[in-house]
Design a protein around this ligand. Structure first.
Ligand code: ADP
Ligand code: MG
Length: 562
C-alpha cells in the first residue's frame, strides 16, 4: 500500500502544498471565517429599518453613492475575502429572489454565525449545528405560512402599506404615500390572470424612467413608454397621432464595406457615378421605409445624414441610437416587431401608437393604440441624481414586494412581529428535537430576534426592553405585535400600516441559513498565499485571529467608514 492510498483510506486526502501556501484547520479555520462573515454583516446592520442610517460609498472610480440599501452597499464594498463574499452572495440572492429584505437576510446570517460561535465553544460539532439550523429554517418558513394573512388583489390600502414599508428609509419619506400609490397602480397594471387562475405580475411590461430637476411628488405613471431622445432632424414632425412606427435595430447607413471601399477613378465622371450610386442606396432605404407606410422610425443604431434629410422631406419622424432595452419595451408598447432587414420588412411589422414630444422636458411620450398594446412607465422625478437614484432603489424594492403580495395573495405584519412570533414557536418546536441539535434550533430562534433588536437600536430605543415587551405581547397571543419605530411603541403593526410579505421573509430566512451553513461547513482553508493577518481591524478579533488577506480588501475608498 502506498502512502497516498493509506491516507485516503483514513479519509485524509493527501494535499501537496507549495512553499508559500498556508493552511488553517478546524476551529481556527471556522473562527477565521465566522469573523470575516460577521464583520460584513455588522457593517450593514445599522441601515436596517426606517430609522437606519445611510452609508456613503465612494467607488474605486471616485463616484459617490448614498444609500440605505443592503445589497447596494455590499456590491460597492469591493470585498475580496472569500467567506465575506458568501455574505455578499446572501444579499445578492435575496435581491434577485425577493427584491427586498437584503439587510434582514444579512443581519440574520451574521447573528446565526455569532450563535454558532458560542455553540462551537460549547463543543457542539459543526454538523449538529448545521442540522439544527436547517431544521429550524424549514420549520420557521412553515410558521411564516401560518402567520401570513390573506388579502385581495384589489386591496389597494394594504398593498400601498406593503409598498410604503419597503420604501421607508430610502430617502422618499415625504413622498411615500404618492409613490406607494404609483407602485401599486403600476404593479396592478401589469398583473394578468394566468389560465390556471394564478396571478402573474409581469414586471417586464413595466419600465422605470428617471428625471432630475423636479420634486418626487411630480412622479407619475404613464401608459406606454417615455423616450429621452431628440428627432434626428429639425424639420421632422415631433408629434404624430396614430403613428405607424417602424422599429429597426440595424444602422440606416451604408454598410461598412461600402463606406471603406477605395475606388480608383480615372476621370471625374466615374467619381460622380460612384457617389450617385451611394446616394441611390441611401435613397432606396428611405423609399422602402416610406413604402411600408411608416410615420415614425425608431432606430437602435445610427442614421446617415442623407437618410435623415430624405426622411425629413418625407415628413417621417426618426430617432436614432435608441437603447436596446427601450427597443424591447417599445416593441411591447406598440405591438411592433423589431426588424433587422428593411428589404424583408412588411407593413405588419409596424406598430401603432401616438408619439408626442414634450419640448420643455425634451422627452417623447409614446402610447400604444392597438388593443394588444401593453406596457406602462413609471416616471420618477427628484431634484438631483442622488435623490432619484435612492428613490429608484426604494421603488424597485416596493414593486417587487407588491408583486409578491399580489402573486401570493398574502401579507405579514412587520416591525419584527413575525421574527418574534416565529422565534417563540421555534423554542416550543425545539423541545421536540432530540440531542444537541436542540441547542442549534434554540440558537436559530435567538438569531431571528436580531431584527426587532436592531430595529429598536437603530431608532434609539432600548433593545432589551423592546425584546422583553415584544416577547410578552406574543406570549399573550398578540401575533401582530411589533415595534413601530416612529412611536417607539409595541403595537399591532398591521394597524400601524407596517406590512411585509411572506415570500420576501421566507427567502431571507432561507438564504441566511444557507450562508451560515456554508461558512460552518468549511473546516479547512488552504490558501495559495499568505493567511496571516494583514488588516487586523477591530471587528476581526474572533478566535481565528485576523481576517487574513480579506478584509484588507474592503478597499475602494471605504477605509474607516464602517
Ligand atoms: P431590508 O433590506 O431587510 O428590507 P430595510 O432597511 O428595508 O431592510 O428594513 C426592513 C425592516 O424594517 C422590516 O423588518 C420592516 O418590518 C421594518 N420596518 C419598516 N417600517 C417600520 C416601522 N415604521 N417601524 C418598525 N419597523 C419598520
Ligand atoms: Mg427593505
Amino acid at each position: 500500500m502506498t502512502m497516498s492510498q493509506e491516507q485516503r483510506m483514513q479519509g485524509q486526502p493527501m494535499i501537496i502544498l507549495g512553499d508559500d501556501a498556508q493552511r488553517m484547520k478546524d476551529e481556527s479555520a471556522q473562527g477565521h471565517n465566522i469573523s470575516a462573515a460577521r464583520a460584513v454583516a455588522e457593517s450593514v446592520r445599522s441601515t436596517l429599518g426606517p430609522k437606519g442610517m445611510d452609508k456613503m460609498l465612494v467607488t474605486s472610480l471616485g463616484d459617490i453613492v448614498v444609500t440605505n440599501d443592503g445589497v447596494t452597499i455590499l456590491d460597492e464594498m469591493d470585498i475580496d475575502n472569500p467567506t465575506a463574499e458568501m455574505v455578499v452572495e446572501v444579499a445578492e440572492t435575496q435581491e434577485e429572489e425577493a427584491g427586498d429584505g437584503t439587510t434582514t437576510a444579512v443581519a440574520i446570517a451574521g447573528d446565526l454565525l455569532k450563535h454558532a460561535e458560542d455553540l462551537l465553544e460549547q463543543d457542539l460539532h459543526p454538523t449538529a449545528i448545521i442540522k439544527g439550523f436547517t431544521l429550524a429554517s424549514e420549520q420557521a418558513r412553515e410558521e411564516l405560512d401560518e402567520i401570513a394573512v390573506d388579502i385581495e388583489s384589489d386591496d389597494d390600502e394594504t398593498l400601498e402599506q406593503v409598498a410604503g414599508t419597503a420604501m421607508t428609509g430610502k430617502g422618499a419619506e415625504q413622498y411615500s404615500d404618492h409613490l406607494s400609490e404609483l407602485v401599486v397602480d403600476a404593479a396592478q397594471a401589469v398583473t394578468v390572470e394566468a389560465d390556471d387562475g394564478s396571478t402573474i405580475v409581469d414586471l417586464a411590461f413595466l419600465k422605470i424612467e428617471t428625471q432630475t430637476g423636479d420634486s418626487p411628488a411630480s412622479s407619475e405613471l404613464l401608459e406606454g413608454a417615455v423616450l429621452d431622445k431628440d428627432p434626428v432632424h429639425e424639420d421632422m414632425p415631433t408629434t404624430v397621432e396614430d403613428a405607424d412606427t417602424l422599429l429597426v435595430d440595424e444602422p440606416l447607413e451604408l454598410s461598412e464595406a461600402d463606406a471603406d471601399t477605395q475606388v480608383s477613378v480615372t476621370d471625374p465622371t466615374q467619381l460622380e457615378s460612384f457617389i450617385e450610386q451611394e446616394e441611390q442606396e441611401l435613397r432606396d432605404m428611405v423609399d422602402q421605409i416610406a413604402d411600408l407606410g411608416a410615420d415614425v422610425v425608431l432606430c437602435q443604431k445610427g442614421i446617415d445624414d442623407m437618410v435623415q434629410h430624405y426622411l425629413a422631406k418625407e415628413g417621417i419622424l426618426a430617432v436614432r441610437r435608441v437603447k436596446r432595452s427601450d427597443m424591447e419595451f417599445l416593441r411591447e408598447v406598440l405591438g411592433a416587431k423589431v426588424i433587422s432587414d428593411l428589404s424583408t420588412a412588411t407593413a405588419e411589422d409596424l406598430g401603432t401608437g401616438t408619439v408626442d414630444r414634450d419640448t420643455d422636458e425634451e422627452l417623447f411620450y409614446i402610447e400604444g393604440t392597438r388593443d394588444e398594446a401593453h406596457g406602462v412607465t413609471l416616471l420618477l422625478r427628484g431634484s438631483t441624481d442622488h435623490v432619484v437614484d435612492e428613490i429608484e432603489r426604494g421603488v424597485n424594492d416596493a414593486l417587487d414586494v407588491v408583486g409578491g403580495a399580489l402573486t401570493s395573495g398574502q401579507v405579514l405584519p412587520g416591525g419584527g412581529a413575525p421574527e418574534i412570533e416565529v422565534a417563540g414557536r421555534l423554542r416550543e418546536f425545539a423541545d421536540s428535537v432530540s440531542g444537541r441539535q436542540q441547542l442549534a434550533v434554540e440558537a436559530y430562534a435567538d438569531a431571528l430576534e436580531v431584527v426587532p433588536r436592531v430595529l429598536a437600536e437603530n431608532a434609539g430605543y432600548d433593545s432589551i426592553d423592546t425584546l422583553v415587551d415584544l416577547r410578552a405581547a406574543h406570549s399573550d397571543g398578540d401575533e401582530h405585535a411589533g415595534i413601530n419605530v416612529h412611536t417607539g411603541n409595541i403595537e399591532n403593526t398591521f394597524e400601524a400600516g407596517i406590512v411585509e410579505t411572506p415570500n420576501a421573509k421566507q427567502q431571507a430566512l432561507a438564504s441566511a441559513s444557507e450562508a451560515a451553513n456554508l461558512v460552518l461547513k468549511i473546516d479547512d482553508i488552504i490558501s495559495a498565499g499568505d493567511l496571516s493577518t494583514e488588516g487586523d481591524d477591530e471587528d476581526a478579533g474572533g478566535p481565528g485571529g485576523g481576517m487574513g488577506g480579506g478584509m484588507g480588501g474592503m478597499g475602494g475608498g471605504m477605509g474607516g467608514m464602517m
